[in-house]
Write a new protein. Structure first.
Length: 168
């Protein structure tokens, strides 16, 4: 989850490749001597299937810079052989971001497209810092606002609980 949030919150200069962003998602596992063997993200298009390049986020070197309008997955995970696996996957859109005052380069960011609650039952809140909790609470508020008008009363009650702010 920490890696997913780090990638979702990333702001980066135009011309950045997915392989340059990949360590943002892996850093927390690396610090514990862990890693995952799949790519962190792949391009998503409308013609070739769900895996459509040329954009990707992975350890494999890439010369393809991320550009506004590209859709890519954000899906770091971890698999403990013979025990369990976890992967949180959202689709994100590469967007132009407002550059900070004094910036010398255009800045890009990700807009999360997938609107589904991240299951709180497996979140160890004490492992998240203030900014990570704020991101997750804002994401869940966005999910709740977008989906509540589209679902029945019973589902709306579940959605309200599933997207409630985290206890700190």
């Amino acid at each position: 989850l920490k890696g997913h949030i780090a990638l979702a919150r990333a702001r980066f200069p135009k011309g950045t490749t997915g392989s340059q962003l990949d360590p943002l998602a892996r850093q927390f596992l690396w610090a514990e001597g862990l890693d995952f063997d799949h790519g962190t993200g792949h391009g998503v298009g409308s013609y070739l299937s769900v895996h459509e390049g040329p954009q990707r986020i992975s350890k494999a070197p890439s010369t393809v810079a991320l550009e506004p309008g590209m859709v890519i997955s954000n899906e770091p995970g971890y698999y403990k052989t013979g025990a369990y696996g976890i992967r949180i996957e959202n689709l994100v859109l590469v967007t132009a971001a407002t550059a900070p005052r004094g910036a010398e380069r255009d800045v890009l960011a990700f807009e999360t497209l997938t609107l589904a609650p991240i299951d709180r039952n497996l979140i160890e809140v004490t492992l998240l810092d203030t900014a990570e909790r704020a991101w997750l609470d804002a994401y869940h508020a966005r999910v709740r606002k977008a989906l509540s008008p589209l679902v029945d009363t019973k589902t709306r009650a579940w959605l309200k609980q599933a997207t409630a702010p985290l206890a700190s």
